[in-house]
Design a protein around this ligand. Structure first.
Ligand SMILES: [Zn+2]
Length: 187
């Protein structure tokens, strides 16, 4: 019973009905979702067919909930390896190939040995072969340039990119809220 219920996560939307985050997708366990409903912090937007019962109550598990109070989303994103990959859409910024994260590295456009810093404007996603080809040289010397100048992304830009990467679990009622980027699905 409990194990089966674990398959009923709720998609959590901000008060503007967009997911709180796309990657990782904002999902709460059914227990947390129910608790938030009882605390009147969220509205239930959609429900599963599955019911749970207490001695006095029966209710359907929420599949989509929306926060009643808007959470501002304009925080500056952390400079992390993963967020660099996400900014670059998991594609090598030299040859453009899109790869799984375990096959990606990152490259200092201006090498550290030449004063290049580890920050948004100097770090790009690179595949192993391109990283090797460029080595510890500046782009002019190596003859390889990033397809796009690295930049500091906004949280919204990262969210837009994250939308393209589907979670493992996707309930039918969530689709409307995820605005799936079908053109980014592999053909
Ligand atoms: Zn490459």
């Amino acid at each position: 019973m409990v194990a089966a219920l674990e398959k009923f996560p709720a998609l959590v939307l901000n008060a503007d009905f967009r997911p709180l985050s796309y990657f990782p997708l904002s999902v709460w366990s059914w227990q947390d979702a129910i608790k938030a409903v009882f605390l009147e912090r969220v509205n239930v937007v959609s429900e599963y067919d599955r019911q749970v019962r207490s001695p006095s109550l029966a209710f359907r598990l929420p599949s989509v909930i929306a926060l009643k109070e808007y959470v501002p989303m304009d925080r500056r994103p952390a400079f992390t390896r993963f967020n660099v990959f996400l900014r670059d859409r998991f594609a090598c910024q030299y040859c453009g190939e899109r790869l799984p994260t375990e096959d990606l590295t990152f490259d200092h456009v201006v090498p550290r040995a030449r004063g290049g810093r580890t920050e948004w404007h100097n770090v790009v996603t690179a595949c192993g072969p391109c990283n090797l080809r460029k080595g510890h040289q500046v782009p002019e010397r190596a003859g390889v340039f990033p397809l796009r100048a690295p930049f500091e992304p906004t949280a919204r830009e990262l969210q837009e990119n994250g939308r393209a990467y589907p979670p493992n679990f996707l309930h039918a009622s969530w689709r409307d809220f995820l605005y799936w980027d079908s053109e980014l699905d592999p053909a």
